[in-house]
Design a protein around this ligand. Structure first.
Ligand code: AMP
Length: 267
């Protein structure tokens, strides 16, 4: 495809596809002549006590969904293909990898950066499509691409949500009906902070306090972090401005969920 001079887009995923993933596929379809998706549940981005073994897998259904979207290529390697015995080379984006999810999930972004670097080298896309749902991941990948001169355009796509605001996630299948309700606290906390900001509150400490308070009201959700940071370098800010990232992570039962908003952007 590349040799034919066609623009190739890549949509990396871990499968268990939902409308969030399909929105990336559609963005890739609009921007590129040929679209490749990858499905790979990447073991190196999971911690020892995380959900690698029970992560939802539904390969047949994923293939059907991708075919329906007219994706031309699917790359779905095995773990042994991606990590043959004895690999010792890793990509670490220093600093950024210890922020937000990287702080609560040590080694997570090393796994992400390494697998994405490998996917870029194998597929050699012109552009790659990622969801803003994983805002820290977008920052890490963008930095990696700049630092290592990958000639890949990184396209960050909007978060797809359920009607009531819950961000779509493959992990939502872990939630029972009660937990599904409890999980809405994440979106509520972001909405409260966004509205405060829109009505003039710019002080990050006060905005964070309001976000944490909203999570606290839903006693069952265990907060992991509520942070207000620069969207590019993920440094904490004292004053929230247009384009600043407000990010939250919390546990609903055993399920860790994340969500975020970028201030001043319609989402
Ligand atoms: P995953 O399969 O969870 O690794 O996600 C694959 C890609 O889909 C990542 O770039 C995610 O950010 C993106 N993604 C996951 N959920 C959503 C969502 N609700 N809206 C937009 N993109 C998403």
């Amino acid at each position: 495809m590349r040799h034919g001079g066609k623009r190739l887009g890549l949509v990396p995923t871990m499968g268990a596809l939902h409308e969030g993933h399909l929105s990336l596929v559609r963005a890739a379809k609009r921007a590129c002549e040929v679209v490749a998706a990858s499905i790979f549940v990447n073991p190196t981005q999971f911690g020892p006590n995380e959900d690698l073994a029970k992560y939802p897998r539904n390969f047949e259904r994923d293939c059907e969904l991708l075919e329906k979207e007219k994706v031309e290529l699917l790359f779905a390697p095995t773990v042994e293909e991606m990590y043959p015995k004895g690999v010792v080379t890793w990509v670490t984006v220093e600093g950024l990898s210890e922020r937000l999810d990287g702080r609560s999930r040590p080694g997570h972004f090393r796994g992400v950066a390494t697998v994405v670097a490998k996917l870029f080298d194998i597929v050699r896309p012109d552009a790659a499509f990622f969801g803003r749902k994983d805002a820290a991941q977008v920052a890490v990948i963008q930095k990696m691409v700049r630092d290592l001169n990958f000639g890949v355009e990184i396209v960050a796509c909007p978060i797809v949500r359920e009607r009531d605001g819950l961000a779509l996630s493959s992990r939502n299948v872990y939630l029972d009906a009660a937990q599904r309700e409890q999980a809405l606290a994440l979106h509520r906390s972001l909405t409260r902070v966004r509205k405060m900001w829109e009505t003039g509150e710019k002080n990050a400490t006060r905005l964070i306090a309001a976000g944490r308070d909203e999570i606290g009201r839903e006693g069952t959700v265990r907060l992991d972090y509520f942070e207000i940071v620069d969207a590019e370098n993920l440094d904490a800010v004292t004053s929230a401005e247009r384009g600043t990232l407000v990010a939250v992570a919390g546990f609903v039962g055993m399920t860790r969920l994340i969500d975020n908003v970028v201030l001043g952007e319609s989402q």
